[in-house]
Write a protein that binds this ligand. Structure first.
Ligand code: NOJ
Length: 764
């Protein structure tokens, strides 16, 4: 018998000797190659000793509920001891983490450590703005810093794997999970994806405070029909590749450790059994070498999808498609052995799956350092982390309206009315996917305002107890409070539970009696400032004219209150821009800026509003274009839109040349001037349009952005480089090409405006 300790270090010794021999014999072309092959040898040195049961065990993930108290079950401990489990999800009791890991490392046949995963989406204890809000910052550093903080905090609990970032392109605000996304644009989402991966994984995955990231949900989950969660996605391949897959590719380039398949079927094939996605695209084309986990039960859910006959069929289809680890459902545990014995799945296929998993466990340093330092609680919710969360919240806010420059407010206000269900809602302002966020540590607007202005100047009357509240019992008091004040700060929105997984809405107005209360308050003649906290754009057509200013604060997280106060009172200027097109009405959805044109594009000249159509008018389609007779064709606010406390002017658009040859670059610049009287931050956006393509091309596509700060009167020249590779798209033969011809370029404050110029791409 080999003693346990020896058993643990044996693979390391074997690996070390093999590495030295290999290095001596072959020499290595590059450092990267050497690291890669040494990693592969480590993986092989373990794999060679594993039994079939143990190999299957690595592909199985089990969970305990985070709320479970009491003892760990003997069945679970025994399964870990026998090497039947590769990963655990949601083990939040530190003693359990330690005990299960100890059993895995000391008592399982090959001492392979478990990997503990958890949804740490926008913070662990220190909660940052929801990802849609973070995307609204148009500042990838914010995403990187937030995910770094999340990794530091989560790893104090033994969590070394998060199921984030969620980088599903979403063009539908009804879909509850738009809150978790970076919005509708592939370029912005890709930049955010890269930043999240850098933040979670740090410079070295083996650092105990780094956690493996997971690019999810692969793929096209955000295209769920009608915004109904889990639903069918039908997307032609070119669009899939140019839009929906782009952020996933970016995350692979950034070194993301894992992928998660999505719940939906894509063009008829559920993602968890989709070999086109998992083999052709992910492995063959992108060379991804981490592992792929299913979503929660998504393997066995291929049965109700009507794609698999039973559990065994589901296990076969998922494993054959290239899905390495099954989350929660147990079809791998129950059937992989049988499938191998029946020669339906080969050992070589299973080995590949196991190697993908072991590779990440090695990269995380789990073999050398399987434990965690449980005494680092001082890192959690530290002042530094809270400061970062506040900064992120400030940068995420988008100023949508500011009539008569009512904002920023001055500090000499005598009485301010604070009304609305989100003024002091510590749980709800954290937003969706905050399993570990605590309302006790959340700072809401109400106390932050009292702190800023002084207790006596803030009159509070909530009016409605929660966002869905329809009772008008509190209206009179709220109105009385409004009348006693100089200005009303109305905190409206959605409770956290109204967005996120399985929480789609068909109507995205403010829920409950919020609109009615806002209307009543506006009748008092007082200035009303509306702050919206929500997980999605909210249709505000009924109230937009009844308020003087609107600040979109998303669900801003732990430090939302003080961040809002800083912006309302001008200590910080609002600098967020919309990462999604904001609809006027739900009926316009899907509405997104980078659509292709029709043969009859909408225009102001041809639009006839339905009330202007004469009664009994002769039936004709002439003069009618692609619009709705009732609300036209424009959104409430375009993608990229956001106001500041100052104004900016765009001038002097310059191109380094009106023509570029394939393979060359073009420099485009413009001068941006702060023409107002306050300092401000502008997000300068670069868009292009390929005028004629072998496939119809979007009317605009974002290709770059810069966030710049300008003092009053100050100008800065912002320069972008466009390489012709940036203009590629998938043509009818699925080749990724730039087609020579005419292009337009804009340097712009949003997707509907900007300075415009033409250039040509010519063949060499
Ligand atoms: C289901 C969700 O779709 C996914 O995003 C999440 O990571 C898993 N559940 C695990 O909680």
């Amino acid at each position: 018998m080999i003693p346990q300790k020896m058993k643990r270090i044996l693979p390391a010794i074997t690996f070390f000797s093999i590495s030295i021999i290999c290095l001596l014999i072959s020499g290595c072309d590059s450092e990267e190659q050497a690291v890669k092959s040494s990693l592969e040898r480590k993986v092989d040195s373990i794999l060679i000793n594993m039994s079939l049961e143990e190999k299957i065990g690595q592909t199985c993930q089990r969970g305990t509920s985070s709320r479970v108290k009491g003892e760990l079950s003997e069945e679970l401990k025994d399964a870990v001891r026998k090497g039947k489990i590769g990963s655990m999800i949601n083990v939040m009791n530190k003693d359990y983490v330690e005990e299960l890991q100890r059993i895995a490392v000391e008592e399982s046949p090959n001492g392979i450590p478990l990997i503990f995963g958890r949804d740490v989406i926008h913070g662990f204890k220190t909660i940052f703005p929801i990802p849609l809000g973070t995307a609204a910052s148009w500042n990838p550093d914010i995403a990187e810093e937030g995910s770094r903080v999340a990794a530091i905090e989560a790893s104090t609990n033994g969590i070394r794997w998060t199921f984030a970032p969620m980088i599903d392109i979403s063009r539908d605000a009804r879909w509850g999970r738009i809150a978790e996304s970076a919005g509708e644009d592939p370029y912005l989402t890709s930049e955010m994806a890269r930043a999240y991966v850098r933040g979670f994984q740090g410079e070295d995955l083996a650092n105990p405070s780094s956690i493996a990231a997971c690019a999810k949900h692969f793929a096209a989950y955000g295209a769920a029909e009608g915004g109904r969660d889990y639903n069918t996605a039908i997307i032609y391949e070119q669009l899939l590749r140019d839009v929906y897959l782009q952020p996933f590719h970016a995350s692979v380039e950034e070194g993301v450790a894992t992928f998660m398949t999505s719940f939906n079927d894509l063009n008829g094939v559920p993602a968890s059994g989709n070999s086109f996605l998992l083999k052709q695209v992910l492995r063959d084309e992108w060379k991804f070498d981490g592992f792929v986990v299913s979503d929660w039960n998504s393997v066995t859910e291929m049965i109700p999808h009507g794609f698999c006959a039973d559990e065994k069929d589901a296990a076969l289809k998922a494993s054959s498609a290239g899905l390495d680890m099954e989350m929660m459902s147990t079809s791998y545990e129950n059937y992989l052995k049988e499938l191998i014995e029946e020669d339906k799945l080969t050992i070589a296929q299973l080995d590949k799956m196991v190697k993908n998993i072991l590779r990440i466990k090695f990269k995380l340093g789990l073999f050398d350092n399987p434990g965690f330092d449980r005494n680092r609680d001082d890192m959690v919710l530290s002042d530094e982390h809270k400061e970062a969360a506040k900064k992120a919240a400030v940068e995420s806010f988008v100023l949508l309206k500011n009539e008569g420059n009512i904002l920023p407010l001055t500090n000499d206000l005598k009485k301010v009315a604070v009304v609305g269900p989100m003024a002091d809602a510590p749980h709800d302002q954290l937003g969706t996917w905050t399993f570990d966020g605590e309302q006790e540590t959340t700072e809401t607007p109400l106390p932050a305002l009292k702190n800023h202005l002084g207790q006596s100047k803030v009159l509070f009357s909530q009016g409605l107890n929660y966002s869905r509240d329809k009772s008008k019992i509190g209206f009179n008091d709220a109105l009385r409070t409004a009348r006693q004040s100089e200005v009303v700060l109305f905190f409206a929105g959605e409770e956290a539970i109204l967005s996120g997984e399985a929480h789609s809405r068909s109507n995205i107005d403010l829920p409950g009696a919020q609109e009615e209360l806002i209307s009543e308050i506006s009748k008092t003649g007082k200035k009303v400032i509306l702050v919206i906290m929500a997980g999605r754009p909210i249709t505000i057509g009924n109230i937009i004219d009844k308020v003087d200013a609107i600040l979109m604060a998303w669900h801003p997280g732990t430090m939302g209150g003080p961040a809002i106060v800083d912006v309302l009172f001008g200590e910080q200027s609002p600098s967020g821009r919309l990462p999604v097109t904001w609809p006027k009405e739900v009926g316009q959805i899907p509405i997104y800026y980078n659509h292709t044109n029709t043969g009859r594009p909408a225009s102001n000249e041809s639009f006839v509003q339905m009330d202007s159509i004469p009664i009994g008018a002769w039936q004709s389609s002439l003069g009618n274009n692609s619009h709705y007779l009732d609300i036209g064709f424009t959104p409430q606010f375009p993608f990229g839109f956001g106001l500041a406390y100052t104004t900016f002017e765009y001038n002097n658009l310059k191109l380094s040349s009106p023509e570029i040859a394939l393979g060359d670059s073009l420099i485009v610049s413009a001068e941006i001037t702060n023409t107002g009287s306050m300092a401000g931050t502008e997000v300068v956006q670069l868009y292009v349009r390929d005028m004629v393509g072998s496939l119809t091309r979007p009317i605009r596509e974002l290709k770059g952005f810069r966030k710049i700060s300008l003092q009053p009167g100050e100008s800065k020249t912002v320069e972008f480089t466009i390489h012709t590779d940036d203009l590629r798209f998938h043509n009818q033969n699925m080749e990724f090409v730039t087609e020579p011809g005419a292009f337009k370029v804009w340097i712009a404050p949003n997707a509907h405006e900007g300075l415009e110029a033409d250039f040509h791409v010519i063949s060499k």
